[in-house]
Design a protein around this ligand. Structure first.
Ligand code: FE2
Ligand code: FE2
Length: 272
């Protein structure tokens, strides 16, 4: 089972540039092409939020058209740059977007389960799940205690040491941690928002943050460091699940950095 996680597309239609510099329309197109060119092809795609940057006229239409080039099931949760209703409308065709209320989702995918959570607080950069959704999560996980589960949410429930991001992380992370800790079938918590590749131990499981598919947040651990972006290579994460090995997650670069070449000289030298 292969699940591609793309995150933080901050999509703007073709004729506009994010920060006056970034073509995030092309970035999403390239990410979609990269996912579709994988062999074997992923069984599903999850988008962990900030699908659009501003959600201006035409952005959702074009976002939807480009995501429609993916041939596999798509699941998405909103980020702080998204707005619920336009996103709900734009992605209704996926069949995985809730018809009302929070844009949370629970679905079976082969022998595993995907649970997406809506941490958007409209008008705010930080995230919150709220008691109702935490209760829903507890119920959903209680109903399938034996099924290996991937939980995905935009805002990370843990601090990463980059000050300005930590100020806008998941506010009710303690409540989330308590729920996840009660359900050992949760094998992975997959997040976005921080535009960097980060992993940690969380509530007895693994939590990770996916990179951005357009731009990254500058790596700066100095207390009070300013918020900055950096044009580091865009990538996405490919989560491979097997019954024997659980989830193993690979970072896959989107752009082409040159052809691969055989390792045969080395293999011959070490006698394999
Ligand atoms: Fe983002
Ligand atoms: Fe975000």
């Amino acid at each position: 089972m292969l699940i591609a996680q793309i995150s933080d597309s901050h999509f703007r239609s073709r004729d506009t540039r994010l920060f006056g510099a970034l073509n995030t329309c092309r970035a999403l197109e390239r990410a979609v092409e990269a996912v579709m060119s994988l062999d074997p092809r992923p069984d599903a795609v999850i988008h962990t939020g900030d699908l659009v940057n501003d959600g201006e006229d035409g952005d959702h239409r074009d976002l939807s058209e480009i995501l429609g080039r993916l041939s596999m099931p798509i699941f998405a949760v909103p980020g702080n740059h998204d707005r619920r209703e336009p996103l709900r409308k734009a992605l209704a065709w996926t069949g995985s977007i809730a018809a009302e209320g929070p844009l949370s989702v629970a679905a079976n995918l082969g022998s595993i389960r995907l649970v997406g959570l809506d941490s958007l607080v409209e008008g705010k950069a930080g995230g919150r799940l709220g008691e109702e959704q935490l209760g829903w999560l507890d119920g959903v996980l209680s109903a399938n205690p034996q099924t290996p589960t991937l939980v995905f949410v935009h805002h990370p429930p843990f601090a990463i040491g980059i000050d300005f991001m930590d100020r806008i992380m998941l506010e009710d992370h303690a409540g989330f941690e308590a729920v996840i800790g009660r359900h050992p079938q949760v094998e992975l918590v997959a997040c976005g928002h921080a535009h960097r590749i980060v992993h940690t131990r969380f509530a007895g499981t693994i939590a990770m943050i996916a990179p951005g598919i357009a731009h990254q947040v500058a790596f700066d651990l100095r207390p009070g460091a300013p918020s900055r972006w950096v044009p580091e290579p865009p990538s996405f994460v490919l989560h491979r699940w097997t019954p024997q090995g659980g989830f193993v997650s690979h970072v896959v670069y989107i752009e082409d950095y040159g052809a691969d070449a055989p390792l045969s000289d080395y293999v011959a030298r070490i006698g394999q």
